[in-house]
Ligand binder design. Sequence first.
Ligand SMILES: Cc1cc2nc3c(=O)[nH]c(=O)nc-3n(C[C@H](O)[C@H](O)[C@H](O)COP(=O)(O)OP(=O)(O)OC[C@H]3O[C@@H](n4cnc5c(N)ncnc54)[C@H](O)[C@@H]3O)c2cc1C
Length: 387
Amino acid sequence: MAMNFSDTKLAFSLLTPAQMRRYALLFQLLQYRRWVQIGVALLLQAHKWKLPIHGLIKRNLFHYFCGGETLQECVPILQKLRSKGVNGILDYAAEAKSGEVAHAQTFSQLQETLSFCTTSMGPGFFGVLKLSALCDIQELEVFSTWQHTHSCTTVQDRLAQLCTQTQTGKGSLLIDAEESWIQYGIDALTLPLMERFNKERAVVYITLQMYRCDRLDFLRQLLQQAKEKKFFIGIKLVRGAYMEKERARALAHGYPSPIQSSKAHTDSAYEAALDLCFAERDIVSVLVATHNEVSTQRFADLLLREGISPQDTRYAFSQLYGMSDPISFSLAHAGFRVCKYIPYGSVAEALPYLTRRALENSAMRGSANREFQWIQTEMARRRREKG
Ligand SMILES: Cc1cc2nc3c(=O)[nH]c(=O)nc-3n(C[C@H](O)[C@H](O)[C@H](O)COP(=O)(O)OP(=O)(O)OC[C@H]3O[C@@H](n4cnc5c(N)ncnc54)[C@H](O)[C@@H]3O)c2cc1C
């Protein structure tokens, strides 16, 4: 069944003409890569100097890509998405926090978010966290070397509590993937949780970044482990968000880049991982987290061709809030399970996420272009409709 990703009327039905114009301007500006890089550098510097820029960011970037500063501020967005058959994944935007006070604060905010999801969304909800907000980066780096087991007990204990809360609420918890030099530590903390909590279904989801050369092997080993130790696997499948940082670090430190040599290699690794997950569907659940139309169409077709219900709880598609609405709404319209990642938190906390979105959209001319074209198409359609 061909999905109609060009149905812009459906995709942008929640946006007023003024909002459409602001979106168009944003995505048009994001295409100027050099200016975006300069703008991001200036923003980060101004933030460091504590200049009063948060109002400016909130009006001009935050509102496009984030749900609000608090859970309550996200409620209207959740309701609007639900009216189109799309669910939300409330993503507390904290990352790379250091010190026990900050980690304890993140932990209690995550507990509050999971309670909110349990009551407002019910069974089947997804919670999400970034380990760099719960644990020092240096600790994750050391944990990555497998030499350390003691100092991580606090974070292990907190993770176990969050998993228990999610399991009791009948949801699933996604552990985001981050930079490769801390990802080994993230994996080392996540795998025991899958083994412990995924005895009856996938409660804990690990994230695989298929731009990394080693992830298909990692997936094969994980499958082997799950079969031997009898647990289910939950996988959030992404291409990966830190490509430029990864390559720059590898170059600076003189080690081989862990990133695939081309976009085509990343794409084929992504498809291969999806196929492998589907082949092992007796034990694997997948959240297909992508804005790529080909991957999305291909997997939706595969499910239908193999007679899998679009509502099968082992599968869901996910896009980021403020991006690829034509994909999200077309999938939901066709009956598939779709969830939008909705980052929320203070402007300061969301800044790393926002700068990543700006840079990613400008890095891939295709992506910003595609959003811009969708918006242009819809504005033209509305003009024609008006006469
Ligand atoms: C719901 C959701 C959750 C996400 N969670 C995470 C997460 O936890 N961790 C994380 O790292 N990212 C995460 N991402 C971001 C994701 O990894 C991608 O950066 C983003 O979605 C763009 O990839 P794509 O599959 O949507 O589309 P596409 O536009 O088809 O692919 C772009 C991606 O391809 C890869 N790529 C581009 N050029 C090259 C090249 N020359 N060589 C090799 N590879 C290349 C990069 O990964 C780039 O981001 C998430 C995305 C979504 C939608």
